[in-house]
Ligand binder design. Structure first.
Ligand code: ZN
Length: 334
């Protein structure tokens, strides 16, 4: 049993805080650390990987690889999956302040306008948020003309759709969806491996004395209009409940909750109560490799100790072992 053990990359942001240290115990570079790139082979934050095994006498293999190198040279670990770049990126985001109102391109647009980069489909599992926190998801413009009018006049409060958010909520953000994480939110994001963000509005904030760049024309190009999701709050809750479901429930109370499936990833929430095997978690035959993030509790997998804040990949072909302990994890597969 060998796990690909990630060393997260931390990013300071003007909207970041210090909860990546206080909640997760990570070493952070400053009190405005916004993002932990927990599982990433993206050039802007390529994780160091240790092969961590449970053969005590051999000890841990030292830090010798980047995830991008393993993807390039050891594709068998990933079940021989095709693709030039490791496809996914897992982040933990600590938003002490509001993030910009933004939108991401899809693969086709990014390929053409961003030097062949991937587009960005993302999803959020809300780990924690202050009471009364909201998020921005979608907008109210019915036509492109109305969209342009509202943006050019800076009437963002009329444009955006803002809804309340609670710990445990989950949101799928497709390319073209206007969105913003608001201050007071701690979340785990699973996304395509892409760093392309078009900022629509940044509240007039300054970074090092200057406003951060906006990308109005590219935003206009990619925003879905009308928005794909114009449901009211109650309808949103209903749609959410329909999509989410317990896919597997073990007798001991362990469970696998399906959160989302899209062309790029499947994301689930896993509850380990005593014991839950990898075999129970996987849908037969569908998995090349598994990405796990421990979001609460502690335990082990195949004799390797795990605690909140650990992120790792179970490579292709590992399948006999079981999680032991009391833990909650987010599980993603490409
Ligand atoms: Zn985003």
């Amino acid at each position: 049993m060998e796990l690909l053990w990630m060393e997260p990359v931390m990013k300071q942001m003007i909207w970041g805080g210090n909860r990546l240290r206080t909640e997760f115990g990570y070493e952070i570079p400053g009190e405005n650390t916004g993002e932990c790139w927990a599982i990433s082979a993206h050039p802007a934050g390529d994780c160091k990987v240790r092969i961590r095994n449970n053969r005590e006498q051999e000890g841990f293999t030292e830090l010798v690889y980047l995830l991008s190198e393993l993807w390039r040279d050891r594709r068998e670990l990933f079940g021989g999956m095709e693709g030039e770049v490791f496809p996914l990126l897992t982040k933990i985001i600590d938003a002490a302040e509001d993030l910009s109102i933004q939108v991401h391109p899809d693969n086709e647009y990014a390929k053409k306008h961003e030097n062949g980069a991937l587009g960005k489909t993302e999803c959020w599992y809300i780990l924690d948020c202050d009471p009364g926190t909201t998020i921005v998801i979608g907008h109210h413009a019915r036509t492109r003309e109305e969209l342009r009018e509202l943006v050019e006049a800076g009437r963002f409060s009329e444009l955006i759709r803002e809804i309340p958010v609670h710990p445990g909520d989950f949101f799928q953000i497709n390319p073209g969806c206007v969105h913003a994480i608001k201050g007071g939110t701690l979340l785990l994001e699973t996304q395509q491996s892409s760093d392309i963000t078009y900022r629509l509005y940044d509240y007039g904030r300054l970074q090092d004395g200057k406003p951060r760049e906006l990308h109005l024309e590219k935003s206009m190009d990619v925003i879905t209009c009308p928005a794909e999701n114009l449901l009211d709050e109650e309808e949103t809750v209903q749609a959410e409940e329909k999509r989410r479901h317990i896919r597997y429930q073990a007798e001991n109370g362990s469970f696998v909750e399906h959160l989302t499936v899209c062309p790029y990833f499947t994301v689930e929430r896993i509850g380990v109560k005593g014991k839950l095997s990898l075999e129970e978690i996987r849908e037969a035959g569908s998995v090349r490799f598994d990405i796990f993030s421990v979001i609460a509790g502690e335990g082990s997998l195949g004799g390797i100790a795990l605690k909140k804040g650990d992120h790792f990949i179970v490579p292709y072909g590992c399948g006999e072992e079981a999680f032991l302990g009391e833990m909650e994890l987010i599980h993603a597969t490409p």
